[in-house]
Design a protein around this ligand. Sequence first.
Ligand code: GLN
Ligand code: ZN
Length: 775
Amino acid sequence: MTIPTPFPIGTILGYPRIGRHRELKKAVEAFWAGDITAEELELTTVGLRAATRDRLAALGLGRTDSAIPESFSYYDQVLDVAVTVGAIPARFASLVGEDGAVDLVGYFTIARGEGDKAPLEMTKWFDSNYHYLVPEIGPETVFSLSSDRIVREFAEAKSAGLVTRPVVVGPVTFLLLSKPSDDAPAGFDPLSRLGELLPVYAELLGRLAEAGAEWVQLDEPALVNESIVVARDAQLNGLAHAYDVLGAVAGRPALFVAAPYGGLDDALPILAASPVEAIGLDLVRGELPQGLDGTTAVNLARKTLVAGVIDGHNIWRGDLEQAFDLAASVRELSSSVAVSTSTSLLHVPHDVDEETGLGELADWLAFADQKVAQVVTLARGLVNGKAAVRAELDAASAALVNRRSAPGVRVGAVRARTAGLGDADFNRGDYAARHSAQEAVLGLPFLPTTTIGSFPQTSDIRRARAQLLRGSLSEQDYLELMRAEIRRVVELQEEIGLDVIVHGEPERNDMVQYFAENLDGFAVTQNGWVQSYGTRCTRPSILWGDVSRPAPITVEWSSYTQSLTSKPVKGMLTGPVTILAWSFVRDDQPLGETARQVALALRDEIADLEAAGIAIVQVDEPALRELLPLKRKDHANYLDWSVGSFRLATAGVRDETQIHTHLCYSEFGVVIDAIRELDADVTSIEAARSRMEIVADVEESGFGHGFGPGVYDIHSPRIPSVDEVTELIERALASIPGRQLWVNPDCGLKTRGYAETVESLRNVLTATRAVREKA
Ligand code: GLN
Ligand code: ZN
């Protein structure tokens, strides 16, 4: 290729795509509901993309120097690649048109499933709370360029006079994140298809070049993740091969390979030796590469190094001067240095200026737009010298000083309590004794059935909460409405025949935010939405100060529920790790210290539940796996504080009180030891989507406590048939002793509708009864 146009001096790896006021979510859901047409949806997204580009330009990113990333997606960036390269699983073959493409209806069907066609599996994106769809690749997958959406979006910007930078998940990461298709032979490795996939990427690069793209960003975060099972050698060989091939594409755009979420380690020499023009380093999670061999040092000096020094994961304004110095230090490696965010800004809300209720806290924060401004400031400093941005650096430092000494950030009583903890605070008695004590109290049948906690959040419930917030509904009326809902949910569960009753969580807007609102040390935003998956967004709370519990939180709801039924009611709490994982957490002390503060607040809550006669308490830790550091060297410390905080929260109860936990993923093997260490009496876990694959791991591990692998995939509106559920229970029974086994859905039901929920639960109970009879 010819000499590339220089890489922009400041950029970001990606920008939230859901819209400042969740316009994308609303439009896509309206499309699903049949309220708008595909054309109307497309038109909305044209407007959203234009608004994003304009805003980024207004914040200071260059309009024509490839600084603005083209990072839109209707649903998910990994699904986008699958659809672009034609990797459509055989069961969706009928969605593929004559031209080899799937339309919007087809695209969403692959994401969400339809009838007996299960959707693509969904799993967490690195150590974030974003979920991507897992492509299915087999020997039969025929790769071909099947969508020109990426090219069209670039062209759309071009016709408005901008030269933007398309962002695409890179080929190695795409295959490393894929799973073998149903038709693949045992032991098949999707990465073995790299050779056939690369020509499609090559063709895409060619098309982008024709359209005028000067730089293309290929994201290869899988290379920083040490928990990927494919052998490292194969990964590195794939990486070398991929970029040799793509580097040799005639007339291609310049290539920027970004590696967010951690250090590249041994992948860095490979990228350095490849023909790519720019390499993105996450210098927030990763470190400045040191001790490089001579060849790598020489190779790197020829690249543009894109210093990811502004944290894309959290919302703190942070130490801007330190970030500047860090970016400047990258000049030791190459004279060509640009500044960027460490990851896409997908993980943070749009704009602090949308918030009005945060007071002084607002000054300590940076959401996406503020982070873009920070990047622009640092870039200006790199070009014009530090003095040119002195005022901005000083303002950020002043906010930090202010934050350190603000009331509530360090509370003496909270600190004294965590400092006084001893071993006994973390340990329950022997499991066998607990087991028989609980059996005597609870009297549950073989294969006890329960749900994970939430029932559908109807529009009535959400409306009531909105009215309460606006003041058009009194506290008392709200309480009455929620109680009526609880009565309905309890009756329904009794009628369906569930054994352990939940109250349905109608009073909770969100399983973390609800607790955040009731604990000291947290703030909640009004519009701080971030995408969790597809159209699903969450509004993480901000954990800014020392945490304590001013008053009981759930006790009245649970006691009320227990007053309605003679069956055991399961109290429902969110665990310390998950509260941290799904909040934006203070960065001024170790996570473990913050987790212990949250754990003590929960411990008090559990003691109050127990005293109120609640015999089962579930402490949800769906995020335990998600927070697991991507690098093995960090695991021991993480497991120590995460497991420790769960135990601290739950170890204060009597033997008779049954502690449940719930985890939302199927990669059980990785954290099996940690799950055992939690020492919960019963653990429920997602398993239906992967058709009970995990029970083999559980069997192998000798895990001996209660275990409830999900038999109903609640991520899809599909209703599982009785036969399907029966088969799943029987599969579980083949590996897990019956006395340990519980029957439950994969997760909470809050995102589902009532009709499908009731029918699904009835099928679960019918299947359970059939299996019980056979036993
Ligand atoms: N108890 C929660 C619910 O049912 C658990 C949700 C989750 O694990 N994400 O909604
Ligand atoms: Zn769950």
